[in-house]
Write a protein that binds this ligand. Sequence first.
Ligand SMILES: Cc1cc2nc3c(=O)[nH]c(=O)nc-3n(C[C@H](O)[C@H](O)[C@H](O)COP(=O)(O)OP(=O)(O)OC[C@H]3O[C@@H](n4cnc5c(N)ncnc54)[C@H](O)[C@@H]3O)c2cc1C
Length: 379
Amino acid sequence: MDFSWNADQRALHEEAVRFGASLTQSEVAPAPRIDRNNWKALAEFGALGLSVPPAWGGMGLDALTTARVFEGLGYGCADRGLLFSAAAQLFACAMPLAEHGSSWLKSAFLPDLVSGARIAGNAITEPDAGSDTSRLSCRAQREGDVYVLNGEKSYVTNGPDADVFLVYSVTDPSAGHLGVSALLVPRSSVGLTAAPAFDTLGMRSAPIGQVHFQECRVPCTHLVGQEGQGMRIFAGSMKWERACLFAFFLGAMELQLEACVSYARERRQGGVPIARYQAVSHRIADMKLRLDSARLLLYRACWLSDQGENTMLEISLSKLAVSEAALCSGLDAIRLHGGLGYVAESGVGDLMLDALGGVIFSGTSDIQRTLIASKLGLR
Ligand SMILES: Cc1cc2nc3c(=O)[nH]c(=O)nc-3n(C[C@H](O)[C@H](O)[C@H](O)COP(=O)(O)OP(=O)(O)OC[C@H]3O[C@@H](n4cnc5c(N)ncnc54)[C@H](O)[C@@H]3O)c2cc1C
């Protein structure tokens, strides 16, 4: 493995840090919304098409470089809700479309996603099918040259603001996981209702909500890949998301670590900087250990993915390590700042709240452990 960055990768990372810092924090009250100005700016920077092939307006970067750019954005930009929305669209909507969509579907939708003209949401989770995606009940019945969609999707990131949805539904109930298909469904489709955003604990500018389909007619030309390939397409999108999306948490952890080091040096108690207390300095040492080990796991997962290796084990290890590290170090940062860490206005607790979602979406930590165990031959 070679993780030494070339000049282009270094420049891209530095630009991402600078650009991220130039984005203003989205106003999230009263309801979470995607700030269209910031979205456009992200598109102009290239963030919405980093790994999308140039033929569709993207930069065609590999997974490792894409992740490094998101790491830079995570360091520069405090609005992780915005980054989450962008990454969710790129990895769980644009990439599956780029990899499996027909030429017509790609030309009709991908350039608009990359340019920020349209926003997309990925919809697989249902009220009764979360970790267990083998029990989807959303049904897409073929009638002539349309599919008729009925069902409900929950927790769709970008859902309340999305112009188009990548929806996984059952086309053949007798075929198990081979009976699920992926459809690209425009918001304007009759019978589609996107509910308002939930009020969430973290990444609050990312709108997340339910999407309901009632007798929603979708042209067959909107099928992504072949009928029955839905779960394979979804698994491919999760490889991108679990590996690359989490890179912005690395950047955020780096920034937080620097802030903790500075605070521990400056804050004095008992006549000395608190950094002199072993309890404090060891807490920071653990934060550093967590960050660097999670980062190496993420780089390895992306690098192996770029080599075309079967990386399910490495990607699950990376997702688990980064998400849990962000949560644990986020809590450590609060402890280290004492009462100040508990004051919302200080912003010290923001990363911990943002990291809460990371141990749930893209497969919970329990599910990652189960995947790891199965790769080790334990199941
Ligand atoms: C911030 C955020 C964004 C999201 N974005 C999207 C999105 O864009 N599109 C989308 O479709 N979904 C999205 N989701 C939904 C997310 O994928 C699900 O919440 C997640 O898969 C868990 O499903 P669930 O909520 O139904 O929990 P459940 O599956 O009911 O799990 C509840 C608990 O049981 C545990 N558990 C369940 N099954 C097992 C098992 N087999 N072994 C061990 N433990 C188990 C879980 O780990 C968890 O602790 C998002 C969720 C969040 C929090």
